[in-house]
Design a protein around this ligand. Structure first.
Ligand SMILES: [Zn+2]
Length: 573
């Protein structure tokens, strides 16, 4: 990176042991993020040379592969290319005058048919940069800028943060951990060490071990959020001033718990389809509900286990999760397994119809994880839980054989641990779109749902974007009054019954009741239209979860085993 301010990375790739014509390729996606991103879009100025530096012909043969015409004597081929790296996200690469975040799949090409070969990486940094943070092992002790990966998968699964960022080193259970943070902020080193240690130990307690030699957390602080998991590291983005605001800091820690949970669930215990990877096309699985959904279930539960949440904070988190799913008409159209399979074209490519037609496998997967856990706890009288299923699968599939699991493995492990048939649960809630059995399942732990009364408040079923005093419709809820009447996304809402809309929700709606007919005036492609519609009632939502008045001993026992905290006594219930 001689000129990082230009965002250009100069890559020199050496094929050692080439045998004539060779093919190289750029991944079209990066594991953990299920979207074809076409990383080859940012490749330019490619050339190749042979054993004594003579130019070799290199030809692009499809969108992401190049063929080099070499001779048998060209045992060493060198390919040079540039990558434009200016997309700052956890899944892409970014270089500027201050630092570089390198996500391997968007920078390093692979040598076709040689993905299992050992890889060596040498980094050439601008003179003023002094720090490289990565989970890759140094090649040897002589050169701090040379790293080793046992194969291509490991190379692209090991991001780099490079520049003059801050590093915090600490040990947990005898293993070194590193927090690498780019970005001025208001965090405190010792608080981070203390809180990360709690999370790491809580997750170790679930899985039984820390399955790595060293772990690296990479953070870029700015205005974004999100994370991407790797086998020995993770990359997370967070807002800069997150660390002194309790609510924001809890969201941050929950993200840390999530990405770290993937150390086991997806990076080691992985479903068929997700590794070894084909970097040229989509990798399909029906099981993202397991690897992402259950990870989302545990990231919040771990906030309670690690002492960051009180039980009521956790119950609020479940309430929000339920409302998120129940507010989407998509729950009737798409199952968890379909959402997983179609992540590439639906979840990762949302549009105005997304909430009407799809669900999130994070959201519904977390809820199904909770329900499954409570069913197992109930069936085993509090003796067993979902973690026993995770440990069994981890042992059988990863530890014993290092092979991916099939869905039948999850089903049989769940039945083995709980001692009851689970096929109906799987067919209804994972492959089907049946309403989730919240009330009956939460009753097992002495909780009940408090729902709102729909009442006769007036409801249209639209969401808007406000811009310069204009109210542009961005979503029309399926089967709502607006949907039925033919109000469209992109329409500008001008007036209701002739009264100009000056705020949203329109204050005029308070004057009307469900069942009233009104005229909505909209501007569609610049032409005013009057649309008649019958107002409805807002859908029910859940106000919260509360504990039942007189819990049975069984309810109290399962509640306590589930949350790791005793049922509160009457006084402070
Ligand atoms: Zn995840």
């Amino acid at each position: 990176m001689p000129q990082p301010q230009t965002h250009i990375i100069q890559v020199e790739m050496t094929l050692d042991g080439a045998r004539g014509d060779e093919i190289i390729g750029m991944p079209v996606w990066t594991p953990g993020s299920y979207l074809v991103r076409e990383f080859q879009r940012h490749v330019q100025d490619i050339s190749a040379s042979g054993h004594n530096g003579q130019p070799l012909s290199i030809k692009k043969i499809d969108k992401n592969h190049w063929q080099i015409d070499g001779a048998m004597r060209d045992k060493k081929m060198v390919i040079r290319y540039q990558v434009y790296a200016f997309e700052h996200s956890v899944r892409t690469s970014f270089v500027n005058a201050e630092h570089a975040l390198i996500n391997g799949a968007s920078v390093f090409m692979y040598w076709k048919n040689h993905l299992s070969a050992k890889q060596t990486v040498d980094l050439e940094l601008p003179e003023s940069w002094s720090t490289i943070s990565t989970s890759l092992e140094p090649y040897d002790n002589r050169k701090a800028t040379r790293f080793f990966a046992k194969d291509y998968d490991e190379l692209v699964d090991s991001p780099f943060e490079i520049g003059n960022h801050h590093e915090i080193r600490f040990e947990v259970a005898g293993k070194p951990h590193l927090i690498a943070i780019y970005g001025t902020s208001n965090y405190n080193d010792s608080t981070l060490i203390e809180d990360f240690t709690k999370i790491i130990l809580a997750e170790k307690a679930i899985w039984g071990e820390l399955p790595y030699n060293r772990y690296v957390f990479i953070f870029n602080l700015g205005d974004g959020g999100g994370g991407l998991e790797h086998k020995q590291s993770s990359v997370m983005f967070a807002r800069r001033w997150t660390f002194t605001d309790k609510h924001a800091y809890h969201s941050f820690l929950s993200l840390v718990a999530h990405e770290f949970f993937h150390t086991w669930n997806i990076k080691r215990l992985r479903p068929e389809g997700l590794g070894p990877f084909d970097y040229d096309q989509e990798a399909y699985t029906e099981n993202l509900w397991f690897v992402e959904g259950l990870t989302s279930y545990y990231d919040e539960l771990l906030m309670l286990r690690s002492g960051f949440y009180q039980p009521d904070d956790y119950l609020l988190s479940i309430t929000n999760e339920i409302n998120r799913l129940e507010s989407k008409a998509g729950k009737l159209h798409q199952s968890l397994s379909e959402a997983s399979w179609d992540a590439w074209i639906k979840f990762y490519r949302p549009d105005e119809h997304t909430d009407n037609s799809t669900i999130s496998y994070y959201n519904k997967g977390a809820l199904v994880g909770m329900l499954l856990n409570l069913k197992i706890l109930d069936a085993s009288n509090g003796e067993k839980c979902l973690e026993d299923v995770l440990r069994l699968l981890y042992q059988q599939n990863y530890y014993d054989k290092d092979k991916p699991f099939a869905e039948k493995d999850i089903l049989s492990a769940t039945e083995h641990i709980s001692g009851v048939p689970m096929d109906e649960f799987f067919s209804q809630y994972i492959h089907g779109t049946a309403e989730l059995p919240y009330a009956e399942t939460l009753h097992l732990v002495g909780l009940k749902l408090d729902t709102t009364k729909a009442g006769d408040a007036a409801y249209m079923g639209i969401e808007i974007n406000e811009s310069n005093g204009r109210f542009l419709i961005r979503r029309v809820v399926e089967n709502s009054p607006a949907w039925t009447a033919g109000i469209n996304v992109h329409d500008e809402l001008i007036a209701l019954d002739g009264f100009r809309v000056t705020q949203f929700p329109p204050i005029y709606l308070k004057e009307r009741r469900a069942g009233d007919r009104i005229i909505a005036t909209v501007s569609r492609t610049g032409i005013l239209q009057d649309i008649s519609l019958t107002l409805g009632s807002p859908p029910e939502s859940i106000l919260g979860l509360s504990r039942v008045e007189n819990p049975s001993d069984d309810q109290k026992l399962i509640y306590q085993t589930w949350l790791g905290t005793a049922w509160p006594d009457t006084l402070n219930r």
